[in-house]
Design a protein around this ligand. Structure first.
Ligand SMILES: *Cc1c(COP(=O)(O)O)cnc(C)c1O
Length: 425
């Protein structure tokens, strides 16, 4: 499918029915698969024959979605996981072991910060959080002999910081380590990080890819471009005793990383997606290109409306001309960024909460990036344990409202905001 436009790939890539087979990717709701000979099953285990034997490792429905996402991102292979958190966990553990060090942008999803700062630290993997705006020289200073990767988000959730992917790839590659990019908010419709030097791309598919808030999921995409056989990654370039001596770089070539992730870590940890969820994800992907266009159009309209509003103290949206990340957004996402906006309401915490309670169309939910417009007041919900001073330190002000703009009519979303502002007088 490599010659088609991305819109066509959203619909056509992945599952390719043969003569007489179902036109639509079927749900293979089966944990296991039947074979005529023990010898054939042995070959499957040895990766000498292609096929399915147990859904924890692979399943035809999941496989169809994996092929589609790999094609959308321009990778050589992909592996779906049960959640975005699982994708981040496996992507890092596939490279790092106890005693290793990694570098991550400090402005990333809160769940990923906890994973890196607390849970991985308990497993002996140390993470240094950096300012992703830092210069190449300043990032280089944080690199140690045991540093194994750099991690960042294309557009950070919720701070909407845009990463200079090319810059991060440069630092990573000059140190013979890979760059992992979480591309959840941009989606491959708006940005394909592999084209800018990322080696591994991950997603929480629970957001725009699914798009309807029906199925939790994650995915890891392998560019196939990184040379793991450079002495820094013995887990990939020396025999895996748990897989009768397989050497991933020798035996799997460009697919070393994604094969190890599946046959070693998915085998052992089992954060596998359900076939039913993979089917729902595939339905979401079929309209991703149309939905992202509308999310971005609506968000731009709402951001410009908020920017002009006398009761709004500040607006953060990379699509706005005055935004700190506007130039980077234009460089990496010329067709649009995402549908998430944050802004401040005059009158602080009290006003923000009253404003939100007055909204009729926009629902209060702890989720972003689905078809329905939603709002969240971080200071009174996800970050309510923090004092006002602590909130400011982690970039969340008491007046901050995070809004995920859906694909309804923009005029209706703006009218809803207008009537809620009216309640504040
Ligand atoms: C939501 C999210 C995650 C976590 O994904 P889950 O599917 O909720 O586990 C990771 N990264 C980003 C950028 C997210 O928005």
């Amino acid at each position: 499918m490599s010659n088609y436009h991305i819109d066509t790939k959203c619909i056509q890539s992945g599952y390719q029915p043969k003569n007489g087979e179902a036109r639509v990717l079927p749900i293979y709701q089966s944990t296991t698969f039947k074979y005529d000979s023990a010898e054939h099953v042995g070959k499957l285990f040895d990766l000498e024959a292609e096929g399915f034997f147990y859904t924890r490792l692979s399943n035809p429905t999941v496989d169809g979605v994996e092929r589609k996402i790999a094609d959308l991102e321009g990778g050589i292979g992909a592996m779906c996981t049960s959640s975005g958190q699982a994708a981040a966990m496996i992507a890092v553990l596939n490279i790092c072991k106890s005693g290793d060090h990694m570098i991550s942008s400090g402005t990333i999803y809160g769940g990923t910060i906890n994973l890196f700062a607390v849970t991985l630290a308990k497993m002996g993997i140390e993470c240094t959080f950096i300012d992703s705006d830092a210069s190449i020289e300043d990032i280089q200073k944080e690199i140690r002999d045991n540093t194994k990767l750099i991690f960042a988000e294309t557009i950070a959730n919720p701070s909407l910081v845009v990463s200079d992917i090319g810059k991060l790839a440069k630092v990573a590659h000059s140190n013979d380590i890979p760059l992992i990019i979480d591309n959840t908010f941009a989606t491959p419709i708006n940005c394909r990080p592999i084209e800018h030097g990322a080696d591994i791309v991950i997603h929480s598919t629970s957001k725009y890819m699914d798009g309807h808030a029906v199925a939790l999921g994650g995915v890891i995409v392998d560019s196939g471009n990184f040379n793991w056989d450079n002495g820094k990654f013995p887990g990939l370039s020396t025999p895996d005793e748990s897989y009768h001596g397989m050497v991933y770089t020798r035996d799997c070539g460009r697919a070393a990383f994604i094969t190890k992730a599946r046959v070693q870590l998915m085998r052992d940890m089992g954060m596998a997606p359900s076939p039913n969820n993979a089917f729902l994800l595939n339905l979401g992907l079929e309209t991703l290109h149309l939905r992202m266009e509308r999310h971005c159009y609506n968000a731009q309209r709402v951001a410009e409306y908020l920017d002009r509003h006398s009761q709004v103290t500040w607006v953060n949206y990379p699509g706005l001309k005055g935004n700190k990340y506007h130039d980077l957004a234009m460089k990496y996402m010329p067709n649009g960024t995402c549908g998430v906006i944050s802004f401040g309401v005059k009158g602080g915490r009290e006003a923000a909460m009253k404003f939100m309670d007055s909204l009729k169309l926009a629902a209060i939910v702890v989720h972003v990036a689905d078809a329905r417009t939603s709002v969240l007041h971080p200071a009174s919900t996800t970050h309510r344990q923090l004092t006002d001073k602590q909130l400011v330190e982690c970039g969340i002000t008491p007046d901050m409202i995070r809004m995920s703009i859906g694909i309804e009519n923009a005029d209706d979303i703006i009218a809803d905001l207008e009537q809620a502002f009216g309640k504040l007088d």
